[in-house]
Write a protein that binds this ligand. Structure first.
Ligand code: IVH
Length: 677
């Protein structure tokens, strides 16, 4: 006989737990258990319900899991995208950063003046002032579209609502980081995992009077749109906005040279714990705004700034188990399930072990006592094993040779280095359902289809229930089934439908990125989109004969190398990939790739460079050509419009070839004139 009351008790506890974690994940953005643990809890509840029918009637968990997608705030396009920063972790990374900046600018002995600021670990926001009046306040969102959180931002008393000064630019966009002081956090800490989540949660309150209850603060660190630009340097900008009553960080200063960089990093690291706000590194910026402009951005981060991170926080714990995870490119990643431990304010129960070689090198075993570390948003990792605590009967960990789907895994031989890859992979692509699931997560992500409210959790939920297996299923969802699921109601379904509908119009570059060809990131997808121009042209790649020809042509593209070409070839040699890509195309309206600048000086022109320039590096010249609408090729062909010849050591063979093909040659002097004109 089953003890009904005991089962009800167990069930009630699990449901209570689920409600708690669900709230932490969806409403507060601060999960304290891993996704896998969350799912396990969910499954346990489902199983109990399935087994004991008396439970369902009493305490149905319907509408617990998941919260409706956030539709709280109006979405508004940023005037200028909010990018992220690239990271440095040591002195040598910083040396590389300085070198890269100097190379790009073609500086030799000239010094580069840097400006340093603490990197506040908070939530970024942007404030727009027109004629000195605060008219808009947005969250970062996906960097391109933000959320209108003006009312909540206005509750921060130290944010000026009006700037009383004659010389304030007509349009001024102030970028800032919102945080909660460590002392203030102590008062409310029961509800949040760490100050950052508390600030995020507070800013996302629907009712701004809720926001006003939590003492938020901010530091302004930069500007977005600005007209007219009246500042010459970052230091001057911060000084001036300080006078206009914005709060700026007092630890910021001008820095010269690598030694000063390193000293400042050490100095702030030492006093870090005594500050009333969390910082996870220092941001070093090129101080001169003119040089910043010349350096520009890559697709994700400015070339003129870098975050020099502090070393990660560490903790001791025990490995209870080692499991493997399959990534979207088939990479098999071992993960240590560890005894939950708090690292820098966050409870950690999973830590990555990177790959098979790493486990072998460190001889990591189940049952070991290990040091784990967590830095910023990066997945916590196992750094070392305490061998003195190892039990005598401990056994070496045997890395599974098969994927979760059962098929054999392999380590590739790198064509470049001739070395064996450290990562084991499953090569089944969509035919491995675990890879397929990860590909689905990629395709709905912000950088790809950007389907609002369709995050990793939802993919897991739908995948688990067999509602989606492959990307085209996103557009064939059976909403009648979804409406009966936990966490879904009419409103959230309506929002989901709307978001899916919206995602069906997509630019060619995003589409190419979305289909998930290995080694084709956002930058490469743009280059390829520029080459193909339209989905019609791109679709020619499905035919083997065309493909071979097209792949040969890709060699000409600057930025696309053998690795990428090989990867594209592999991707389209797989029939399932072709079928899925075609099915997706049928469901989508894919916009032709338009060059960012249609009235640029090199619009629709193809250029190639040879030789060095006096005033600028090759990278800068290339960036200028691209922002002016041109395409830069890597080899001479009849498609080329201009060969730009720098005066320092140009390749004569290229010049001769260009002459033969009657390609216009632009000499350095002329190039400079075009740019000035
Ligand atoms: S400068 C990318 N300066 O870090 C555009 N960012 O990872 C230039 N942050 O989104 C950013 N303190 O939210 C800059 N002193 C500081 C910062 C800072 C915190 C945040 C910011 C940005 C993120 C980039």
């Amino acid at each position: 006989m089953v003890d009904k009351s005991k089962i009800i008790d167990i069930y009630k506890k699990k449901v209570k737990n689920l409600i708690k974690h669900n709230k932490l994940y969806f409403s507060k953005d601060s999960p304290i258990i891993s996704d896998a643990e969350f799912d396990k809890l969910k499954i346990e509840i489902f199983e109990l319900e399935k087994k004991y029918s008396f439970l369902k009637k009493k305490f149905s968990i319907n509408k617990i899991v998941g919260s409706p997608p956030s539709n709280k705030f109006k979405k508004i396009n940023h005037l200028i995208p909010m990018l992220s920063l690239s990271n440095a972790f040591n002195k040598s990374n910083m040396e590389d950063f300085i070198k890269k900046v100097k190379n790009f600018l073609n500086f030799n002995d000239e010094r580069i003046e840097l400006f340093v600021e603490p990197k506040i670990d908070g939530i970024s926001a942007t404030l727009i002032y027109e004629k000195g009046k605060l008219i808009r306040g947005l969250s970062r969102g996906d960097g391109v579209v933000g959320e209108d959180i003006l009312e909540n931002l206005k509750t921060i008393t130290s944010i000026p609502k009006k700037i009383d000064s004659k010389d304030v630019p007509d349009l001024l966009e102030i970028r800032c980081e919102i945080y909660i002081g460590k002392k203030d956090f102590l008062k409310i800490k029961d509800n949040f995992a760490n100050p950052r989540n508390a600030a995020g949660g507070s800013l996302r309150q629907k009712n701004s009077s809720e926001t006003s209850k939590i003492p938020l603060q901010y530091f302004a660190y930069g500007f977005g749109a600005i007209k007219p630009l009246i500042f010459k340097t970052q230091s001057e900008f911060l000084e001036r906005i300080g006078i206009w009553n914005f709060s700026t960080n007092p630890l910021s200063e001008i820095i010269n040279g690598l030694e000063e960089v390193e000293n400042k990093h050490k100095e702030i690291d030492r006093i870090r714990s005594s500050l009333d706000y969390d910082i996870d590194g220092l941001v070093f910026k090129v101080n001169d705004l003119n040089l910043q402009k010349r350096l520009g951005n890559t697709s994700s981060s400015p070339r003129w700034a870098i975050a020099y991170k502090f070393s990660a926080e560490k903790a001791l714990t025990k490995i209870n188990d080692i499991i493997i995870q399959v990534g979207r490119t088939g990479a098999i990643t071992p993960v240590a399930k560890v005894e939950p431990v708090t690292v820098g304010g966050v409870v950690v129960s999973n830590a990555t072990l990177h790959n098979e070689d790493e486990i072998e090198r460190k001889d990591i075993r189940i049952g070991d006592t290990v040091t784990i570390q967590r830095a910023g948003d990066v997945i916590p990792q196992v750094v070392s094993v305490d061998l003195s605590k190892r039990k005598k009967n401990s056994k070496k960990y045997l890395f599974p040779k098969n994927c979760l789907c059962g098929s054999e895994t392999k380590k590739e031989l790198s064509k470049n280095t001739k070395k064996q890859d450290a990562v084991r992979r499953c090569f089944k692509g969509y035919d491995c359902k675990f890879i397929a699931k990860e590909k689905l997560k990629h395709i709905v992500s912000k950088e790809a289809f950007n389907i609002d409210g369709f995050g990793k959790k939802v993919i897991e939920q739908f995948w688990e229930l067999g509602l989606i297996k492959e990307p085209p299923d996103i557009f064939k969802l059976d909403y009648d089934k979804i409406i009966n699921l936990e966490g879904w109601g009419e409103l959230s379904i309506r929002n989901l439908k709307k978001a899916i509908n919206k995602s069906q119009t997509i630019s060619l570059d995003k589409f190419i990125f979305s289909i998930g060809i290995r080694h084709i990131g956002q930058e490469n997808a743009k280059i390829l989109a520029g080459f193909f121009g339209s989905i019609k042209e791109f679709s020619k790649i499905f035919e083997l004969k065309n493909r071979e020809k097209l792949l040969k042509n890709l060699v000409d593209l600057d930025g696309i190398g053998e690795t990428q070409i090989e990867s594209i070839k592999n991707f389209f040699s797989n029939k399932t990939n072709i079928r899925i890509t075609k099915e997706l195309i049928d469901k989508l309206s894919i916009k032709n790739f338009s060059l960012r600048n249609n009235d640029g000086k090199f619009s629709n022109k193809k250029l190639m460079f040879t030789g060095g320039f006096k005033n600028m590096s090759r990278s800068e010249a290339k960036a200028i050509a691209e922002t002016n609408g041109g395409k830069v090729l890597g080899s001479i062909s009849s498609k080329l419009d201009f060969l730009v010849v720098g005066s320092s050591k140009p390749t004569q063979k290229k010049i001769d070839q260009a002459k033969q093909l009657k390609i216009k040659i632009i000499l350095e002097k002329e190039w400079n004139k075009i740019l000035d004109g």
